[in-house]
Design a protein around this ligand. Structure first.
Ligand code: OGA
Ligand code: ZN
Length: 374
């Protein structure tokens, strides 16, 4: 029962309906067929035809099925050839396209009974399959840990060179995380930082963050990571009405200094039209006053409390202590990071950088493509 053998076809005035040998039926509108004809697509993915040049009432003069599907177009007599493999792979009924979607696996503490593996920097720079595994961990888990990164300033640039570009911000291309006098940010003290995402006041938000440890000789100072998508999923299941409030109420984030006034209005949990959780902006420190209909304010704070408490629950939280030469790289729209407070007398110095995840995912796809050919 081949998935790509055509059992029967029917050419209507506006569409072609194909019944496959495995019993599935697919519908292909002529407009879509002409617009997406593989002959008009460059190998780089770019379409070389203008959709507006195709008449909306396009119809077929003839349809011949003989190994391939040949359509002679009524408007200009051009003939386009489609392979059954291409047609089946691109059929667009919901059930088929849903099955092709990558559904993301989310994690909690039970997925990591031990500290997650740390990728060695020397292997990342010399071995593409190690690099692929590390980047795949960022895609699949939202983070990766590394070790053996030279313990000197700006080493993070070498890590970012492996997959993309530094995302410069008002903090500079690289920022130091250590205790300073007159701190502008709680990060530059020795206080505990609950799970948060960075720079929610930026749009676009930096989609990746890196933190590299130069020293961490203090009592405390452990790092924490939480899969915000997992917590949001559980929140949706356990408190659906409160989830709805957090996913639909716009709040304002801001950072203001002498030379910056960054502001962005967003929901704390972002979803797409399909209801998928696509992003988290959670940073209590940068939330401003915001507007909610008075009769809804109480419910907003109740929902915020529930979600914020869940984000701090032990069942979701990975805790580990990074030492000199270690780093973590994480998806700043998915994974919340934090730290345990430490005795300010000790010596702790981290450097941080932002980068963007599109380059990382692109590099990963290229590595996967090359490796699947081997
Ligand atoms: C930060 C931060 C965590 C740490 O600088 O954004 O969250 O471990 N730091 O100091
Ligand atoms: Zn942070």
């Amino acid at each position: 029962m081949s998935k790509t053998t055509i059992k029967h076809h029917q050419a209507d005035s506006d569409k072609l309906v194909i019944e496959w040998e495995d019993g599935h039926t697919s519908t292909y509108h002529y407009m879509w067929l002409r617009d997406n004809a593989p002959e008009n697509r460059h190998s780089n993915g770019q379409k070389l035809i203008d959709t507006l040049s195709i008449p909306l009432d396009l119809t077929a003069k003839s349809v011949n099925v003989n190994g391939t599907v040949k359509i002679e177009w009524a408007n200009d007599g051009h003939v386009t050839d489609y392979t059954p493999e291409w047609l089946r792979a691109n059929s667009y009924e919901l059930s088929e396209s849903e099955a092709r979607r990558n559904t993301q696996h989310t994690w909690d503490l039970t997925d990591f009974p031990e500290t997650p593996p740390k990728y060695k920097f020397s292997e990342l720079t010399s071995n593409d399959s190690t690099l692929r595994n590390m980047l795949a961990s960022v895609r699949d888990n939202g983070f990766a840990l590394m070790q053996g990164i030279p313990v000197k300033s700006e080493s993070l640039f070498k890590v970012i060179d492996l997959f993309g570009y530094v995302r410069d911000t008002n903090y500079g291309p690289l920022f130091d995380v250590k205790v300073v006098t007159n701190p502008s940010n709680l990060a530059f003290t020795s206080a505990t930082l609950g799970g948060h995402t960075d720079n929610p006041y930026r749009h676009p938000v930096p989609t990746l963050q890196l933190l590299h440890v130069l020293s961490n000789n203090v009592e405390g100072g452990d790092s924490t990571l939480v899969d915000g998508f997992k917590v949001a999923e559980v929140f949706r299941k356990e408190a659906p009405e409160q989830f709805e409030i957090i996913a639909s109420t716009l709040v304002t984030f801001r950072f203001s200094s002498d030379d910056a006034d960054l502001q962005h209005e967003s929901t704390i949990i972002q979803t797409n039209v399909r209801g998928d959780i696509t992003g988290i902006r959670f940073n209590n420190r940068s939330m401003q006053t915001f507007y909610v209909a008075p009769e809804k304010m109480k419910a907003f704070y109740e929902a915020y409390h529930t979600f914020a408490h869940m984000l701090e629950e032990d069942r979701f939280k990975l805790k580990f202590k990074l030492g000199a030469g270690d780093a973590m790289l994480f998806d700043n729209q998915r994974v919340l990071h934090g730290r345990i407070g430490y005795a300010s007398s000790g010596d702790r110095h981290l450097q941080g950088c932002y980068a963007d995840i599109d380059s990382l995912l692109s590099k990963l796809r290229v590595l996967e493509r090359v490796m699947s050919d081997e």
